[in-house]
Design a protein around this ligand. Sequence first.
Ligand code: SF4
Ligand code: SF4
Length: 360
Amino acid sequence: MTELGFLKKENLVEFLKELATKSVVYVPVADDDVVAFKLFQENSTICLDRPANIPPKTVIFPQYETLLTFTFSKKEEQPDKIDVKIQEKMDFKDTVIFAARPCDAKGFTVYDRVYKDSDIPDPYYVGRREKTVIIGFSCPNVSPGCFCTAVGSTPSDKEGSDILMTEVSGGFVLEPVTEKGKAVIQSKFIEDGSKYLEEAQKKQEDVKNKVKNPFKKAGKPQISQEKFNDDSFWELALSKCLSCGACTFLCPTCYCFNITDENKIWEAERLRSWDACMFPHFTLEASGHNPRPTKFHRFKNRVGHKFLYYPEKYNGVLACCGCGRCIRYCPVSVDISKVVDELSDTNSENKTLTSNGGEA
Ligand code: SF4
Ligand code: SF4
């Protein structure tokens, strides 16, 4: 699928307006210091020069959603009987996510294995995912904390995107990756982009070469079971953690949720909302027992899930795409890449850990 398109910069808003006539379009919008994916409007301040603080997982896996509503009714002549009517909320609309960074698009493939391609798919996730076209945006620069190349990706990775867009002089090269993506660039605003291919490839390569690898050994990190099971390692690495959950909420590959029913007298809603393994209540059992009673146990699970358990289940695929958000936005600078490097088989035994997971 190599029919490259080219979108002139001056046609960007017109192209998005055209997309918005057929689909709900989300774009990265800068609002003061925070960039997040919001509904496209003609006057949206689209931000392409830095990754969104909040990943576009919010579009397909919203922070809160009503899964279903139910109403109760009772007839006077049958007081011992209650009728319950259930209505599912599954009216998903055609949607476009414009300019998702490749790490965020790849993040959806981590979800896919669990919620779409598993034996018991999640109909809400699948419904939105299948109706959504993802226009990935090849990173124009590297942000602090990015380490995608160290976890098997690149700043121009196509996995998860339907189109990969790369900025070149005067506009954007659009490379369709899927049939859905190919359909989206059938537009009067898209020209033939083949003459820009070389420039786009050079730009992709330049950015890729700027990504720092935080791991001492080349290739995907291999965690040592011995170190992983050493509680003193986790206590030292995580002593500053506040259990705030920011690392999980901002992670494009974290997908835990909770379900609650909000009842009024004769009607109710079943809600799904994000949850996080970094919260103390996440594993609290009804008996009062908590199998992960401390923040050390919880972070161990977070790292273990991404670098051990998920790869064990899914042919070695890591559940971390190296976006660096948890490093950039942790209020006490816990650095998962340093923690994983410390856990790696190749590190010497006498390294000194600091309380933020880095080296002394
Ligand atoms: S590691 Fe950092 S971001 Fe994550 S819960 Fe602890 S303090 Fe919050
Ligand atoms: S664990 Fe951190 S670096 Fe990895 S995908 Fe999640 S937020 Fe990004």
